[in-house]
Every structure is written in structure tokens, then in C-alpha cells.
Design a protein around this ligand. Structure first.
Ligand code: NAD
Ligand code: WQD
Length: 345
């Protein structure tokens, strides 16, 4: 049974591609819009290889209202939107703030503006644990204080949450689910899709897998003198396929009117904090591959420790992280090996 059409913005990106797979598996038709600024068309083949379905694809920029309007005119049956399209590099946002505010906020405003005109009911938004800053208490719940953003990127997530709340509360015929991701990692178990960072990775797992395969000499662990059991920072590493499945549940919750609330916010994490050094050990244990690493100084701006209380997502959304960290590490490694086999890197 076809459950209707979902627009996935940024659908050839890391989380968007995994979510597209889960939407197709759940019986939805998907149209992707992506400007390919941080992804490529081959991702569509990966999605087809997994699902047997090639999603419709529109190469366009979500900040371009003319292109977006043309898309909605063509696909007049869109029921819901999952908005992944955004610029996401925290460091880059510090020296290109206008690009970040323009891209992330204009994309959001355009989509929210068009939704009522085209009768689109449900809107899922990719937010981030970055909104909690350095929490006073872990794990963080959705009621934990929102701290002043430390980067333009983080600020776009806070402003976006406020914009969505204001639009929904203005009486627009829209429902929204805001998902605050912790640290998404891993790849699809088929190794058909995964994370494809541009240049030198800034995030831990792609740097780790590129080191394990020999592209990088060694992984720098940024600090072992923090106030944590082993001195390295602690994060909540959430498997990307588990994460993707939450988006299908969020869409269903809105389209099937499972909730009276017009706007809901959920943390998406495992509920378990793992240190950087523990993660390296988990990778080595799961794959049998050693990761050359050394301890270096702290990275400016790093949060010391943050992990989720996912109770609300578990009980209300009916979602739970299921994949073990070992399986997640194996999937990240298999993806890195596949990239090598394909000659990508
Ligand atoms: P990604 O860069 O892999 O995917 C984003 C996609 O959006 C890319 O394919 C890019 O080409 C596209 N895009 C960017 N701007 C666009 C525009 N104006 N028009 C059309 N397409 C555009 O990133 P991701 O890791 O998949 O992240 C997806 C979303 O989740 C982002 O909003 C990000 O901020 C958020 N998020 C990511 C993480 C993370 O660690 N990966 C954590 C929390 C939140
Ligand atoms: C994780 C840990 C590093 C690289 C970022 C964004 C956040 C969210 C998720 C989008 C930290 C350590 C890293 C390396 C290391 N994204 N590390 N050596 O900083 O938790 O969060 O991505 O919303 O907003 O800030 O992720 O993967 O960069 O770092 O030791 O080479 O790994 O110090 O403790 P982070 P990360």
C-alpha cells in the first residue's frame, strides 16, 4: 500500500539518504530535493540498490522559492516534509555566518511558507543536541535549559525551533515534530550508503575510519584531562539507521493524527554516554582493526559531556535505539572499506 508522498530536503545527504530508505521500506513515495552542495547523485543508486526503488530527485536549492514552487506544482500530492537541508559544519559557520543563517533559515522559511498553500500537513525538523550547550545535568531531557549558542550553526537550530513554534502557534494548518539528534554515526548495514565528508573530516567517526584504513596517519584525541572517568569527552553516539526510523514514526504520528499536539520535540539518543577513548576501543573490538591515536590538547569549544534522556521518544513516539555500538562501528568500517573498493577514497 502506498502511504503517500513525502518531500525529503537534503535527501542525498548522510541522514536524509538513510531516512529515504526507511520511508520507502515503510511504503511511502519520496521526492528528494538537494542542491548537491554536500552530497552526490550516486547516493540515489545506493538507495535503489537497497530498496529496489529509485526515488524522484529534483536538483535545486531550497532557498530558491521559484524552484521550490515548481516542485510543489509538479508534486501536488506531498503530504509531509522532512527537512534535512542545511549547512552543518560548526567550525565553518564561525567564519561564514551569513551563509549559515541564509541557507538554514531561508530554507526553513520557504518550506513553512509553501506548506499551507499546498495543503502539506506535517513537518519534521532536524535539530541537534547542540541546543543544550554544556548541560548542567546529564542525561538531558527535552525540558533541560537551552543554552546560548556558541556558533552560528548552533544558533540556526535554536532560531529554527523558535520559527517553527511561532508558525505552528500562529494557527497555520501545520503540525511539526522537532527531533534533536545527539551524535549520529555509522552507515547502512548494506554499505550502500553512508557518511561522505568533504576534505579532512572534522567529526570523530569519519576521521577514525579514515585513520583505520590508512588515509590519515593517526587520530588525535582532543584532551584526556576532562572531568570524566577516563579524561576524554563523553557523547551519545546514535546509529544512523535507528535515527532514520524515528523520522518515519514522526511522519506517521502527524499524518495519522496520533497526537493532539501541534508541535512536539524529541531527543534522539541511546541514553548512554560513551567517551572518545571508549569509542575507539569499541571500534577496535568490533572490527579487529587498530586505530593509531595520540592524545593532544583540548579542541576549543568542545562540550565536555552530553548524553540524552530518550524516555519521551521511547514512550510517546514509540522509538528506541536498537543497534549495539559494536554493530554500528562495524557498519562504519564496512562503509569505509566500500569507499576504498569503489575508488572514492
Ligand atoms: P549532510 O550535509 O550530509 O546532508 C545535508 C544535505 O542537504 C546535503 O546533501 C546538502 O547537499 C543538502 N543541502 C544543503 N543546503 C541545501 C539547500 N539550500 N538546498 C538543497 N539542498 C541543500 O548533513 P547530515 O549529517 O545528513 O545532516 C542533516 C541535518 O541534520 C542537517 O540539518 C544537520 O544540521 C542536522 N544534524 C546533523 C547532525 C550530524 O552530526 N550529522 C547532528 C545534528 C543535526
Ligand atoms: C565528538 C568528540 C571531540 C574529532 C558536532 C557538532 C554538533 C552536532 C554533532 C550537528 C569530541 C572528539 C573529534 C577528532 C577527537 N552536529 N574528537 N578527535 O563535537 O560532539 O558535535 O557534531 O548538529 O552540533 O558540534 O562531534 O564528532 O566533532 O566530536 O577527539 O579528530 O570527539 O573532541 O569530544 P561533536 P565530533
Amino acid at each position: 500500500m502506498n502511504k503517500g508522498r513525502i518531500l525529503v530536503t537534503g535527501g542525498t545527504g548522510y541522514i536524509g539518504s538513510h531516512t529515504t530508505v526507511e520511508l520507502i521500506n515503510a511504503g511511502y513515495s519520496v521526492v528528494i530535493i538537494d542542491n548537491l552542495s554536500n552530497s552526490n547523485r550516486e547516493v540515489l543508486d545506493g538507495i535503489k540498490n537497497i530498496t529496489g526503488v529509485m526515488p524522484d530527485f529534483v536538483e535545486a536549492d531550497c532557498t530558491d522559492m521559484v524552484a521550490l514552487t515548481a516542485l510543489f506544482d509538479k508534486y501536488s500530492d506531498i503530504k509531509g516534509i522532512i527537512n534535512f537541508a542545511a549547512s552543518k559544519a560548526v567550525g565553518e559557520s564561525m567564519y561564514k555566518p551569513i551563509l549559515y543563517y541564509r541557507n538554514n533559515l531561508n530554507t526553513l522559511l520557504n518550506l513553512l511558507d509553501l506548506m499551507p498553500k499546498y495543503g502539506v500537513k506535517g513537518f519534521v525538523f532536524s535539530s541537534s543536541c547542540t541546543v543544550y550547550g554544556e548541560p548542567d545535568v546529564n542525561p538531558v531531557t527535552e525540558k533541560s535549559p537551552i543554552k546560548k549558542a556558541t556558533s552560528p550553526y548552533g544558533n540556526t537550530k535554536q532560531i529554527s525551533e523558535d520559527i517553527i513554534t511561532d508558525v505552528v502557534n500562529s494557527g497555520a494548518p501545520i503540525k511539526s515534530v522537532i527531533l534533536r539528534y545527539f551524535n549520529p554515526v555509522g552507515a547502512h548495514p548494506s554499505a550502500e550508503i553512508g557518511e561522505l565528508p568533504n576534505g579532512v573530516p572534522q567529526n570523530l567517526i569519519p576521521y577514525l575510519t579514515q585513520t583505520a584504513i590508512g588515509i590519515r596517519k593517526e587520530l588525535s584525541v582532543f584532551g584526556d584531562d576532562y572531568d570524566t572517568p577516563d579524561g576524554s569527552c563523553i557523547r551519545d553516539f546514535i546509529n544512523v539507521v535507528d535515527l532514520a526510523k524515528a523520522h518515519v514514526m514522526a511522519i506517521e504520528r502527524m499524518l495519522e493524527d496520533k497526537s493532539d499536539k501541534k508541535i512536539e520535540i524529541f531527543n534522539l539518543g541511546t541514553g548512554v554516554g560513551l567517551s572518545v577513548l571508549e569509542l575507539i576501543s569499541a571500534f577496535e573490538r568490533a572490527t579487529g582493526v587498530k586505530v593509531p591515536h595520540k592524545i593532544v590538547g583540548r579542541r576549543a569549544g568542545d562540550i565536555v559531556k552530553v548524553w540524552a534522556d530518550p524516555t519521551l521518544a521511547n514512550t510517546v513516539l514509540g522509538w528506541k535505539a536498537e543497534t549495539s555500538i559494536e554493530d554500528t562501528m562495524r557498519s562504519a568500517w564496512n562503509w569505509q572499506v566500500k569507499l576504498r573498493e569503489r575508488g572514492v577514497m
